[in-house]
Structures are given as structure tokens and as C-alpha cells.
Design a protein around this ligand. Structure first.
Ligand code: ADP
Ligand code: MG
Length: 470
């Protein structure tokens, strides 16, 4: 592990701080393009400060309606105690897949979890909301049957990872769809009510939704089960979002916040929207702007589009198209495949960056898949350089987000739970975050980054346990 990360850091060092003339002479055009994606320390600190301010605007009653970073209340005011016991269910709808879980808790430990995943088709993502919720209810009913769930009504925690304005622990209004979803008739409605009605209409699953939360909240709660000092939950998967533990006295959107008996409230920042008012303009490139215009939600989720798994591969594709148009890459080859939107998956970036420095086994396989047959080492080094640059910028912005929340909480140490496809599968993402935090924070080692163990399931079940009898 140490050898691997040393090698990785050396390779990044080589790429970003090595003699520039090598890069400029090897692939001058790509070098110029990637220069646009670089963010220095000062700029990162400015971004973190700007985000802290936006968080404060989201929290304050007066500025909340116009705030970009909404800082929604989660109504979760306790972290797990270890005393939760019983059978609970969790549903996780957050982007690419949808999952059902059955969790058995006892004596401060997870006795058993059972999981089933279902793919969400493009048709469901963009069709009527009723179809989506009927499908979820159908999967849930099938899962309950397989698990032989008896007559007892099972409390369920619904992890729903889209911008949700909560008005109670089991009441949440979808503000707007993100991550490619566009189902009609859901925005502005209570998602719990829509799903519970779909479940009750069928009548073959004895399940009650007792809590709704998003994946970052679920990740924080599940990590706090084993790391009581966990204060931040961060997801970089299909999208990006984070939550943190705030003092209730600052959560002004809560009625009676000044006199609440509970000292804390988890705040769902919805920071994927950071930048929607221009505050990230200084780091956005022409490629980010093209991607945004072509997206289903132009002008919104600006940070998300620079950071998350849904978009990074597409940014790389746009850069490659530009270099191919210039005729400086792949010997002028311009295969049709590369014109297809989203064909360059973010997992390709992970695969390409998994090759050791100056080895291009995976790069060759990815290029072959894209209709490009090449053995040109310079082309492949260039491709890797582009991937490294895009991953690094993503990890830098993610690190800015962590610093912004640390500043807001004003804590000297804590555990930061991370999850999502990019954190989990990218070979260097977590190391990059740690490296960037050590550049940004004086006592970076006091902030521990922990990759969550199945946060979006266990966390939701723990929250369901806490609210089962309320
Ligand atoms: P969701 O956000 O949909 O809940 P995940 O957190 O599991 O899902 O993340 C899935 C996303 O992670 C995919 O949409 C993809 O963008 C990204 N991803 C999947 N595999 C990889 C990989 N090997 N490397 C980097 N990103 C990946
Ligand atoms: Mg998820």
C-alpha cells in the first residue's frame, strides 16, 4: 500500500511538477489544455472560504430562500448510540442503481444485512414519476417476499439522494431532479408520500417509511456507528454531496432552533450546486461549459459537473475530441465512437490511472474499445496525463468542500466518512484528497478520512431504528 501510494505520488509529482519542457515537448497542446484545469493552493483556499460563506447563507433564515447551497435540515439530531436493535429495511435510490436492504441490528453490532440491487433504466429515469415509484414498490415487494418478512410492519429508511427539502424526518419535497433523472410529477411533491402510496397500492409489502435521508447523511450516520467522532459525510459517486454536524443554534430554518433541547442537527448541504451563481467561474473551462450546455440541467449543479463520476469521463471525451480535431492525437484518427456522448466512462479514467507510470496496458484496452488502435506511447502518455489532470481537479475541489465544512464547524479534529463510486474505485482518489488536505490544513492528520462500509444502507437502517417508534 505504502509502495503503491509512493509510486502514485511520484507519478503525479512527475506529471505536475516535473520539468515542464518535457510535457510541452511531448504533447504541447494537451499540456496547454490541462493547464486550465490546475488549481493552486491560494485559489483552493479562496474556494473553500467562498463555500463556507454559501453554507452560512443556506443556514440563515433570511438568506435561505435565495441561497445556492441550500443546507437543508435532516431532522436527525442524534448520532447512533449502539443500542439500536431489531430488523429494519433500507432503500437506496441515488443514481445508477437502486438497492433494497434488510438489516438486523443487535447489541451494538450489525448481525446481518441482505442486499439486492436493481438497475434503473433510462426509460424509468426520464418517464413519469408514477412508473418509477411503482417499479421501486414492485422490487421492494419482491424482496420482502424473498426474505420471508412476516406480519410485523418493518420500519424503512429511504435513502433518496436528490435535492430534498425536508419538513420532517419522513416528509421531504423534491426540489429538482439531478444526475440525469427527469421523471414528471415528482418535483415539488413529498417523495415519501409518493413511495408509500405506491407500496400501499400494491398491498403486498408490510413496510412503513419512517425516515427519508440522502446518501451523504446515511454515510455519516453509519460511520458514526463505528467512529463516534465522525462529523462529515461526503459522497462522490454519480453526483456529489456532503453533510455535516451543525450546532442546532445555527440551524435557523428549524422552528425553535434557539431553544431546541438537542444540541446538534445534521445538515444536508446539497453542495453539488455550489458555483451555480458564478462562484466557480475562475476554475471552469470551456470543456465544463460545453458539458453543462449539453446536460439535461444546464446552469445547475456546477460543482457536481466538475467533480462527480457522471461527468468526469465526459470532460475527458471533450478534451480528446478537441485534440483529435486539431489532428495532434491518434495520428489524425477520428473514429465515430468518440462522437457518442458518455461513451468515455469515468471508470475508464480509473482503469487508465491504475497502470503503473509509463505502462499503458489499460489505456490500450480503453482506446481499443473506443475504436482507436494505437501503440503510440506518446498518445497514451497524453491520455493518462489528461485523466490525471481531471481526477486531480476533482479531488482538489472535493478537498475544498471538506475544508469548508471543517471551517464552518470549527473543529480541531474529526473523522470524515467518504463513499461513492469515485472514492471507492478510483485507484488514487482517496490518496489525492489526503494529499490535498495536507496542503490546505495545518493539522491535516487530525482529520481522518474513512471509506464507509456500505453507508447508504446501514445508515438509513440506523436512522429507521431511531425513528421507528416516533
Ligand atoms: P450512486 O451515486 O448512483 O449511488 P455510486 O456511488 O455507486 O452510485 O457511484 C456510481 C458512479 O460511480 C457511476 O455512475 C460512475 O460514475 C462512478 N464509477 C463507477 N465505477 C467507477 C470506477 N471504477 N472508477 C470511477 N468511477 C466509477
Ligand atoms: Mg449511492
Amino acid at each position: 500500500m505504502i509502495r503503491k501510494s509512493t509510486r502514485m505520488l511520484r507519478s503525479y509529482f512527475h506529471l505536475f511538477f516535473g520539468p515542464a519542457f518535457r510535457l510541452t515537448s511531448r504533447f504541447p497542446e494537451a499540456f496547454e489544455i490541462c493547464k486550465e484545469f490546475r488549481i493552486g493552493r491560494e485559489k483552493m483556499l479562496q474556494i473553500a472560504n467562498a463555500l463556507t460563506k454559501e453554507i452560512q447563507l443556506g443556514l440563515a433564515r433570511e438568506t435561505h430562500p435565495q441561497a445556492i447551497v441550500k443546507c437543508f435540515l435532516t431532522y436527525i439530531q442524534d448520532l447512533p448510540t449502539g443500542k439500536e436493535r431489531g430488523k429494519f429495511m433500507a432503500l437506496d435510490l441515488g443514481g445508477t442503481n437502486f438497492r433494497c436492504l434488510l438489516v438486523n441490528l443487535a447489541d451494538g453490532a450489525v448481525m446481518q444485512t441482505t442486499l439486492k440491487s436493481f438497475a434503473i433504466s433510462e426509460e424509468l429515469m426520464q418517464g413519469p414519476g408514477t412508473d418509477l415509484f411503482d417499479f421501486i414498490a414492485e422490487c421492494l415487494a419482491g424482496f420482502c417476499k424473498e426474505q420471508n418478512i412476516g406480519n410485523d410492519r418493518i420500519p424503512l429508511g429511504f435513502t433518496f439522494s436528490f435535492p430534498l427539502q425536508q419538513i420532517g424526518i419522513n416528509k421531504g419535497i423534491l426540489r429538482r431532479w439531478t444526475k440525469g433523472f427527469r421523471c414528471e410529477g415528482v418535483e415539488g411533491k413529498d417523495v415519501v408520500e409518493l413511495l408509500q402510496s405506491a407500496i400501499d397500492r400494491r398491498g403486498d409489502a408490510n413496510v412503513k417509511i419512517v425516515a427519508i435521508l440522502n446518501d451523504s447523511t446515511s454515510t455519516l450516520v453509519s460511520c458514526a456507528y463505528s467512529h463516534p467522532d465522525c462529523r462529515i459525510g461526503l459522497i462522490v459517486g454519480t453526483g456529489v454531496n456532503a453533510c455535516y454536524v451543525e450546532q442546532t443554534s445555527k440551524a435557523e430554518m428549524l422552528d425553535g432552533y434557539e431553544s431546541s433541547q438537542k444540541p446538534i442537527m445534521i445538515i444536508n448541504t446539497e453542495l453539488g450546486a455550489f458555483g451555480d451563481n458564478g462562484s466557480l467561474d475562475s476554475v471552469r473551462t470551456v470543456y465544463d461549459k460545453t458539458l453543462d450546455i449539453e446536460s439535461v440541467n444546464p446552469g445547475s449543479q456546477t460543482l457536481e459537473k466538475c467533480v462527480s463520476g457522471m461527468y468526469l469521463g465526459e470532460v475527458v471525451r471533450h478534451i480528446l475530441l478537441d485534440l483529435m480535431r486539431m489532428g495532434v492525437l491518434f495520428r489524425g484518427m477520428r473514429p465515430d465512437e468518440m462522437q457518442t456522448k458518455w461513451i468515455f466512462r469515468t471508470r475508464f479514467i480509473s482503469e487508465i490511472e491504475s497502470d503503473p507510470p509509463e505502462v499503458f496496458h489499460n489505456a490500450r484496452v480503453v482506446l481499443y474499445h473506443l475504436g482507436i488502435k494505437t501503440d503510440d506511447l506518446n498518445d497514451m502518455a497524453c491520455l493518462r496525463y489528461i485523466c490525471d489532470s481531471i481526477s486531480l481537479r476533482s479531488a482538489q475541489l472535493t478537498s475544498c468542500a471538506i475544508v469548508a465544512m471543517i471551517n464552518q464547524m470549527n473543529v480541531e479534529s474529526c473523522t470524515v466518512a467518504i463513499d461513492g463510486g469515485l472514492c471507492r474505485y478510483h485507484p488514487h482518489y482517496r490518496n489525492l484528497i489526503e494529499q490535498q488536505l495536507s496542503i490546505l490544513l495545518k493539522n491535516a492528520s487530525a482529520y481522518k478520512i474513512v471509506l464507509s462500509e456500505d453507508g447508504s444502507g446501514l445508515g438509513a437502517a440506523l436512522v429507521a431504528a431511531a425513528f421507528a417508534n416516533k
